[in-house]
Write a protein that binds this ligand. Structure first.
Ligand code: ZN
Length: 432
């Protein structure tokens, strides 16, 4: 975007317009322009690094919403009389303000909950596609990005400028069992309920051995119990029963291998299981390892679709444009939705996810005030390193208001590490 001629042309608008503000959904200022006595302008981000990747910056090229909404921020819809009056006095007109879907309180809880761990949190409203929070770490301070830029760029180990929430590609680990379960239900509509597997903790298939977490023997499980306990052996067994081609088709309809329908820079999730894939790859893929990769945003969209009865809303982050007096100029909404599963299928997966919270690995979001639905994951990405902790959830199960996706890099088990952040977000939002 930096060298884009369109932006260069827009930048000349700034001779006549003071760049507008970026606001949270309830009017908190996330980005503003201070004008000094001598007329010099500086962009200010009151919450510093908390919104770094989502709001972006405009002082060293443009990223995030600063880039996305550049045109609006540099366009003034003050009433024409006022505009002429300002021009006569050689005074700039105030640019339009961009009201986002972001929720300051939830963003703060997610940001603080992550602490110094790397990864991302995405919070979405399932019925509308509104992004309520989007946090990525490691972060940077947009107020000093101009000075810090070179040293941030040099630090390739951290890649702090990357918005991990929408661009970070991670192995999904056990959260992918929801997708595998859906494929199994589709391929065996009349017999999936009869599935049982007796887990000894380690499953041997030819030369391979598949371990359940900590080598735990889960005993005899059906499909629901296999999801609740996150039994790798059961899912490896299921994986060998699936048709690779139709599994790939399902993943394509869930928007794997597709461009993400989201306005901020986003990665493309990957699922690849060819007809001649070897047994090891099939086994691994069934429980979210193998070659599969997913972004935290995409994981949020899939659980939001389950929460929303099978309808996946395209996520959006700009709610409306207002002039500097707060009068509405333009409104936005989700640009599309995708029927990714039937209502019955969504209800089944929801039932499994409720079981994860009440009986399984997701007890960290158990509450007496609401029923949450969840799936945990601990994704291996490099042998000898701690796993990535995943947690996807929505609540309340019978009338979902929030869908959450969390990944914490090299942090271990998802339920114990990432779950408590989801709990705090649910608690805060659902007690309003
Ligand atoms: Zn097991």
């Amino acid at each position: 975007m930096i060298n884009n001629s369109y932006n260069a042309r827009l930048d000349r608008f700034s001779d006549r317009v003071v760049r507008g503000e970026i606001l949270s959904g309830s009017g908190d200022i996330l980005a503003m322009t201070n004008v000094a006595q001598d007329g010099s302008e500086s962009r200010y981000y009151p919450y510093g690094s908390m919104f770094a990747h989502t709001v972006g910056y405009s002082t060293r090229g443009k990223t995030g919403i600063e880039s996305l909404a550049n045109f609006y921020l540099l366009t003034s819809h003050m009433n024409p009389l006022e505009q002429v009056y300002n021009q006569l006095r050689d005074k700039k007109n105030p640019g339009d303000n961009v009201v986002t879907t972001l929720d300051l309180e939830l963003q703060k809880i997610a940001y603080e909950g992550m602490g110094d761990r790397n990864g991302a949190v995405v919070v979405m409203e399932p019925a509308t596609g509104r992004i309520l929070a989007m946090v990525s770490k490691p972060d940077y301070n947009p107020n000093t990005i101009k000075e810090d830029y070179d040293s941030i760029i040099e630090d390739t180990d951290n890649s702090s400028l990357v918005n991990r929430a929408s661009q970070g590609l991670y192995p999904p680990g056990s959260i992918f069992k929801l997708v595998t379960a859906l494929e199994f239900i589709r391929e065996y509509p009349d017999s999936w309920q009869d599935f049982t597997y007796t887990c000894p903790g380690v499953l041997a298939v030819e030369d391979y051995s598949i371990r359940c977490s900590g080598g735990t023997a889960h005993g005899t499980v059906d499909l629901k119990k296999a999801v609740e306990k996150s039994c790798n052996g059961a899912f490896a067994t299921i994986g060998l029963m699936l048709n690779n081609e139709s599994f790939t088709h399902l993943c394509d309809t869930l928007l794997f291998n597709q461009k993400m329908p989201f306005a901020l820079a986003s990665g493309r999730s990957r699922f690849n299981l060819t007809a001649d894939a070897d047994k090891w790859e099939v086994l691994q893929t069934a429980f979210g390892q193998g070659n599969t990769q997913i972004t935290p945003l995409h994981a949020a969209m899939i659980v939001a679709a389950i929460a929303n009865g099978g309808e996946m809303k395209e996520p959006y982050i700009i709610e409306r444009i207002e002039n500097a007096n707060g009068q509405k100029v333009q409104s936005f909404a989700s640009e599309g939705s995708h029927r990714v599963m039937t209502g019955d299928e969504a209800a089944l997966l929801k039932d499994f996810m409720v079981g994860v919270v009440s009986e399984g690995t997701g007890k960290s979001v158990k509450s007496k005030d609401y029923q949450a639905a969840a799936k945990t994951g601990s994704a291996q990405f490099e042998s000898g390193k701690e796993t990535h902790a995943w947690f996807v959830a929505f609540a309340p199960a019978d009338d979902p208001k929030l869908a959450i996706s969390i990944v914490l890099e090299e942090t271990g088990a998802g339920g114990t590490n990432a779950g408590p952040i989801a709990k705090k977000i649910f608690d805060a939002y659902l007690s309003r």
